[in-house]
Ligand binder design. Structure first.
Ligand SMILES: NC(=O)c1ccc[n+]([C@@H]2O[C@H](COP(=O)([O-])OP(=O)(O)OC[C@H]3O[C@@H](n4cnc5c(N)ncnc54)[C@H](OP(=O)(O)O)[C@@H]3O)[C@@H](O)[C@H]2O)c1
Length: 329
């Protein structure tokens, strides 16, 4: 059946400006790290894409090595794009990245120009695109000069293969350097993609301030701590959960007694706010206006529908915030 997007999709979403740029992003963006590979079910991920777009999610985040196997999230996304989303391409912000292990040998990892140039060309082919909206360097490379890596990002914009560029997983000091190099090259850094959730708060130690000061957007990844900040692990590890799947990056060993004690207390607090824990975890990030969008994953359409409802309550009382700090201490 031909997909036709919901006509009221833009009434269902709020958009925030990404740093000091012309781009606005939806409060919730969809990541394709898990659930879109060749190990996953096409009808299911196609439904997730439809629901996302129907609810005003315009931003879809990929990387060269998402799958598994590597590359298949991009090729599967490309198939859905061709089938359902070509009329909507200009309404979408599609991102990809390179920086982690992708192919064997010295030119398939980290941050050389050689790797990034080849990788973006491969990503464009897999997705059937002429350009991506955002291309990221996925993680800092301790050996390649930052000038070379940022030079490659600048090249992509000049070639028209990427409209904007970003960095991911860069600590504040390296982010500051990268932002400066890009500025000097005339290609501003649009956005930073760090890991940030109630359980992972390193960005609060300087990165968020830097991004605000430099006019760079921030899109936290794994805002639900890969599912730990939901109600799913409260009693056991469900068979269909990320922690139970051999292809999932959440390890059973990460679901510790200490984490569960916190998660249970947070769940109680969320219920008191008429939210699910997933909704509260997302609202908690979005209460900070320096956060442009939160980048969620979903293995089922119902999960995405649940997460989207976080927008109904983004405010926290002082008492709620203190209680959260007490639980997370
Ligand atoms: N830049 C980087 O280095 C980097 C690294 C990681 C991720 N990312 C990006 O961030 C995106 C999101 O990461 P993530 O998938 O780890 O995010 P997440 O939102 O923290 O976790 C998503 C997982 O949580 C579970 N879930 C989601 N909503 C739920 C709900 N409402 N109720 C119950 N369970 C729910 C599902 O897992 P189940 O399978 O258990 O159902 C889902 O796959 C990725 O797709 C990728 O685009 C970037």
């Amino acid at each position: 059946m031909q997909y036709i997007a919901a006509s009221d999709r833009y009434q269902q979403m709020e958009y925030r400006r990404c740093g000091k740029s012309g781009i606005k992003l939806p409060l919730i963006s969809l990541g394709l790290w898990h659930n879109f590979g060749d190990v996953d079910v096409p009808e299911n991920y196609r439904k997730i894409m439809h629901l996302a777009f129907d609810r005003g999610i315009t931003h879809f985040d990929l990387a060269n090595n998402y799958g598994p196997p590597y590359g298949t999230a991009e090729s599967n996304f490309g198939k859905i794009l061709k089938k359902d989303f070509l009329p909507y391409r200009d309404e979408m912000i599609i991102s990809s990245k390179a920086g982690y292990d992708m192919w064997p040998g010295p030119y398939g990892d980290f941050g050389s120009k050689k790797y990034l140039v080849a990788s973006l060309d491969q990503s464009l082919k897999r997705m059937g695109l002429d350009y991506v909206d955002i291309f990221y360097h996925h993680r800092p490379d301790p050996e390649t000069p930052l000038e070379e890596t940022m030079g490659a990002l600048d090249l992509f914009v000049r070639q028209g293969k990427a409209l904007y560029v970003g960095i991911s997983n860069y600590p504040a000091s390296e982010a500051a350097e990268a932002i400066k190099i890009l500025k000097d090259l005339g290609t501003p850094c649009l956005i930073h993609q760090p890991k940030y959730s109630m359980l992972e708060r390193w960005v609060e130690g300087g990165l968020l301030d830097l991004l605000e000061q430099e006019g760079v957007g921030c899109i936290p990844f794994s805002p639900l701590a890969q599912g730990l900040l939901t109600n799913k692990y409260l009693n056991n590890i469900p068979d269909d959960s990320r922690a139970a799947k051999s292809t999932g990056h959440l390890q059973e060993s990460q679901i510790t007694e200490q984490a569960l004690t916190q998660v249970k207390a947070l769940n109680e607090l969320a219920l008191g706010r008429d939210q699910t824990l997933a909704q509260m975890a997302l609202s908690w990030l979005l209460k900070d206006k320096r956060v442009t969008s939160v980048l969620v994953g979903a293995s089922k359409p119902e999960q995405l529908a649940d997460s989207l409802k976080c927008m109904e309550n983004l405010d926290f009382s002082g008492t709620e915030l203190s209680r959260i700090e007490e639980i997370l201490k």
